[in-house]
Design a protein around this ligand. Structure first.
Ligand SMILES: [Zn+2]
Length: 496
């Protein structure tokens, strides 16, 4: 369907005027010539999209208001009780107060805007985390319905490895529309996830099935799904692609696929059950959140050349009814030479079609709210997050988030983040706010203390490794912890 002919405006107008397509003599309406003028896509819940949009705008605005508020605070220094009047403004405009001590220190000898900015970002993050876990704005704690579909399609667990790039931070909740608490997400620069760590987590997952039948019993023939997602920018492929792969799409896709194959192979070699793991390679066009879904062959193996483009599918299915649209998605993943052979990837294909359907909602979102292409096609993250936490970060371009357990292993990722923020923040004379966040298991004695020690150690190492930025006040860190055994928010471990 030609988008230029049936624009969103035309469809809305038609819907308003109750335009009914004129049937042909035989009673059929050939949709190529007489579109039904639907408002929105048949597989998209526009009310849900509006809810997600409200959350995105409100949350980001709270971070963005910090920068505009600083000059007002600066003008108040020396005029009466600074802490009191500053906190009155902070509370009214941003919804939090800073400790008097922080404000007093920041106002010695004129206002230390750098420190104040970083502290405000940190407080905003804590408020953001609290809202996320206590109010569940994305309904990501409601997993029953999706988990049921997931299991009916033959899968019990899903692990996702996106790039650490902030333009993929909404991969789970927005691009794939999955409940965050159902998905294990570990982000790495270039989607270069740690195979050994992923295997360890897989063992943990399977052990839970044996011991507690969670999420289902180990004798049920469901599989574990591992997704890796590389990314690219269609509108500016040489500059806005993946920084970790020099904006080379093929290199990024190849690297992610190699990791997936290594993961599956490791489970086969060590445990002899590689067949219980399926892999999926997804490419994200960060301009509009559409996906390249790489088509598995009959053995579930994935190649780089064969993929479907969800953006094309969105337009191809725009004027169909829901059932027809679903059939087109399923059909798009069919491999013609399968007819006489056994298709061991039949479930994977069904699952990918289901993910495609969910992604159409996000394409519709970007079409509706961003005119089909984000205005911030490049980086626009508000802070860096490193560690193993940050489940609450489900918004595009909010955070450069990199999963790491030690700085030695994660240093390259952190360097990419610092490089991005040198351009984003230092050019505006704003410091780089970096949060070291770790989760612990509140049920396990000593877990909290171990996480605290690790967070402090890594924060110290970051300060040492980027000593120049630290010494000039252009890099600030905050350590946070979170008990992942419940829906509790992150809390601050110490002050910068
Ligand atoms: Zn990347």
């Amino acid at each position: 369907m030609n988008k230029a002919v049936f624009t969103k405006g035309a469809r809305r107008k038609a819907a308003k005027q109750h335009v009914v397509p004129v049937p042909y003599k035989n009673g059929l309406v050939p949709h190529l010539f007489a579109p039904t003028f639907r408002v929105g896509h048949p597989l998209v819940d526009t009310v849900e999209n509006q809810r997600l949009r409200d959350y995105e705008l409100t949350s980001k605005a709270r971070f963005d208001r910090i920068e505009t508020l600083l000059p007002r605070l600066q003008n108040m220094v020396g005029l009466g009780d600074f802490s009191r009047s500053a906190n009155a403004i902070l509370q009214a405009e941003l919804g939090f107060k800073l400790p008097d001590k922080v404000l007093a220190e920041a106002s010695v000898g004129g206002l230390n805007l750098s420190k104040l900015y970083a502290q405000c970002v940190f407080e905003q993050y804590l408020a953001f985390s609290q809202e996320f876990f206590e109010q569940d704005p994305l309904k990501g704690q409601q997993t029953a319905e999706v988990a049921e579909v997931f299991q009916s399609l033959g899968y019990h667990s899903i692990g996702v490895a996106p790039c650490a790039d902030g333009r993929l931070a909404h991969f789970v909740s927005y691009i794939l529309r999955l409940p965050y608490s159902l998905v294990r997400r570990k982000a790495h620069a270039g989607a270069l996830f740690d195979v050994s760590e992923s295997v360890r987590n897989w063992v943990f997952t399977e052990h839970l099935r044996f011991r507690e039948a969670k999420p289902n019993a180990a004798n049920e023939a469901t599989r574990y799904l591992k997704i890796a997602s590389y990314h690219f920018s269609k509108s500016d492929p040489h500059h806005q692609g993946c920084a970790a792969h020099g904006s080379d799409d093929t290199k990024a896709a190849r690297a992610a696929l190699d990791k997936l194959n290594a993961f599956k192979q490791a489970i086969e070699d060590r445990f002899g059950c590689g067949a219980t793991v399926d892999i999926a390679l997804l490419g994200v066009n960060t301009d509009d959140d559409s996906l390249r879904v790489h088509i598995p062959d009959e053995y579930g193996q994935v190649g780089l050349a064969d993929y479907v483009d969800s953006h094309l599918l969105y337009h191809q299915t725009l004027n169909l009814d829901a059932e027809q649209a679903r059939a087109v998605l399923v059909d798009s993943l069919r491999v013609s030479h399968l007819r006489k052979r056994v298709d061991k990837a039949a479930n994977l294909r069904k699952l990918l079609a289901w993910l495609l359907e969910r992604n159409l909602a996000q394409i519709d979102y970007v079409h509706h709210y961003e005119s089909g292409c984000y205005s911030d096609i490049g980086h626009a993250e508000r802070f860096i997050g490193i560690g193993n936490g940050f489940s609450e970060v489900q918004l595009r371009n909010l955070t450069y988030y990199s999963f790491l357990e030690t700085l030695e292993e994660g240093l390259d990722d952190v360097k990419v983040g610092i490089k991005i923020f040198k351009k984003l923040n230092l050019t505006k004379m704003l410091p780089i706010p970096l949060i070291v966040g770790f989760e612990y298991d509140g049920r396990v004695p000593g877990s909290k203390d171990r996480a605290a020690n690790k967070a402090k150690r890594i924060a110290g190492l970051v300060q040492q490794r980027f000593a120049e930025l630290s010494a000039t006040g252009m890099l600030h860190t905050m350590c946070t912890l979170r008990d992942y055994s419940s829906h509790r928010p992150a809390f601050r471990l110490d002050n910068d």
